[in-house]
Design a protein around this ligand. Structure first.
Ligand code: ADP
Ligand code: MG
Length: 311
C-alpha cells in the first residue's frame, strides 16, 4: 500500500470512530488469526447488577448488606459498584419506611460501618476489618486461602449461579461464611454477531477472564466461543497472548480495563474499547471510540482492503 492509501484508511477509520495509531498497526490487522476478547466490560456490558442476595446465617438481611456494602465501599471494581448500588436502594427503601428516619434516608455514608485495614486482593476480592473482625468478600480462592470452609449448601448455591452465567460473590465474617451475592453482567447486544462474523472471516475468537470457569463457560456458550481461558490472574492475560503467539500466529487482543493493558501491549494488535481506562487506551494500537465490538471487524476489514494486492 502507498502512504496515501494508509492515510486514506486512517481517515476512513477515524470517520467511523476507529482510531488507528500508525501504519504498522494498520498493516498487522489484516494478518490477525486470533482475536482474544476480555470478558468483563468487553464482551459484556460491564454494568453488573445484583440479582440475588442469600444469607446463610441468622443474620438480618439489612445487617448483612450493611457489612458487605461497607467492605466494598472503597473498591472501584464493577462488582463492588453493583453491590453499593443495590445496598443504596435497600437502605433508601428501609429508611423511608421509618418516618423518624425520613430526613436521613439518603444518608448512605452514615449507614455504612467504619472499615479498617482495607485491602484489594487482585483477581480475588477485598478484605478489611469491621468491628475488629475480618470480613472477606470475593471468590472461593479468597476464602479458602484464609482458611474459611465453604459448606456444601453454599457451594451448590454458587454453582447454580455460575451455571446461569452469573458471578457468585462469597462473604465471610469473623471466620464464618455468612452469605452469597449473585451478580449478572449481560452481554453486549452485538457480541454474538461479531463472534460469528470473525469466524466467517477465518479468524478464531477466544475469551479470557479472571472470573471462574463455570461462569466463563456459560457466557462463552451464549456467544458461541469455543476456546476460553478463565481464572486468569490480572498479570496472566499477557501470558495468554504470548502462548497463542508461540507458533508465530498473529494475535489481536480486545480489552478495556487496567488489568488488560499488559495484554494489549503484548498483542500484535491491541484494541482498546473507548469507554475503557486511559492506561488501556495508551497501550493499544486501535481505539474503538463507539465502544461497539462491530468495529473489531471494521478494523480488520479496513486493513485487508488497504493491504490486499489486486493482481
Ligand atoms: P475480570 O477479568 O473479569 O476483570 P478480575 O481479575 O477483576 O476479573 O476479578 C476476578 C474475580 O475476583 C471476580 O470474578 C470476582 O470473583 C473476584 N473479585 C475481584 N474484585 C472483587 C470485588 N471488589 N468484590 C468481590 N469480588 C471480587
Ligand atoms: Mg477486569
Amino acid at each position: 500500500a502507498t502512504p496515501t492509501a494508509v492515510m486514506v484508511a486512517t481517515g476512513v477509520g477515524a470517520n467511523n470512530g476507529v482510531l488507528i495509531k500508525g501504519g504498522d498497526a494498520l498493516e498487522r490487522a489484516q494478518k490477525v488469526q486470533y482475536v482474544i476478547f476480555d470478558k468483563t466490560g468487553t464482551l459484556t456490558q460491564g454494568k453488573a447488577t445484583v440479582t440475588t442476595v442469600k444469607v446463610f446465617t441468622e443474620m438480618d438481611r439489612g445487617d448483612f448488606l450493611r457489612l458487605l456494602a461497607s467492605a466494598e465501599a472503597s473498591s472501584e471494581h464493577p462488582l463492588a459498584k453493583a453491590i453499593l448500588e443495590y445496598a443504596r436502594h435497600f437502605q433508601f427503601f428501609e429508611a423511608s419506611k421509618d418516618s423518624e428516619q425520613k430526613n436521613e434516608r439518603s444518608a448512605m455514608s452514615a449507614w455504612l460501618l467504619d472499615v479498617f485495614d482495607f485491602r484489594v486482593v487482585p483477581g480475588r476480592g477485598v478484605q478489611c476489618l469491621i468491628d475488629g473482625k475480618l470480613i472477606l468478600v470475593g471468590n472461593r480462592s479468597l476464602l479458602t486461602e484464609n482458611g474459611i470452609e465453604i459448606p456444601n449448601q453454599v457451594e451448590n448455591f454458587v454453582v447454580d449461579l455460575e451455571e446461569n452465567a452469573k458471578t457468585g460473590i462469597l462473604v465471610a465474617y469473623d471466620s464464618e461464611l455468612i452469605g452469597v451475592v449473585g451478580v449478572a453482567d449481560p452481554l453486549k447486544r452485538e457480541a454474538a454477531v461479531v463472534v460469528e462474523g470473525l469466524k466467517k472471516m477465518g479468524v478464531r475468537p477466544i475469551m479470557v477472564t479472571g472470573d471462574n470457569w463455570r461462569t466463563a463457560r456459560a457466557v462463552a456458550k451464549e456467544v458461541d466461543i469455543q476456546d476460553i481461558r478463565a481464572e486468569v490472574m490480572p498479570a496472566g492475560k499477557a501470558d495468554v497472548i504470548r502462548s497463542f503467539q508461540k507458533d508465530g500466529s498473529i494475535v489481536a487482543m480486545v480489552g478495556d480495563g487496567i488489568n488488560d493493558s499488559p495484554a494489549l501491549a503484548a498483542a500484535d494488535v491491541g484494541i482498546a474499547i473507548g469507554a475503557g481506562t486511559d492506561i488501556a487506551i495508551e497501550a493499544a494500537d486501535y481505539v474503538l471510540m463507539k465502544n461497539n465490538l462491530e468495529d473489531v471487524i471494521t478494523a480488520i476489514d479496513l486493513s485487508r482492503k488497504t493491504f490486499t494486492r489486486i493482481r
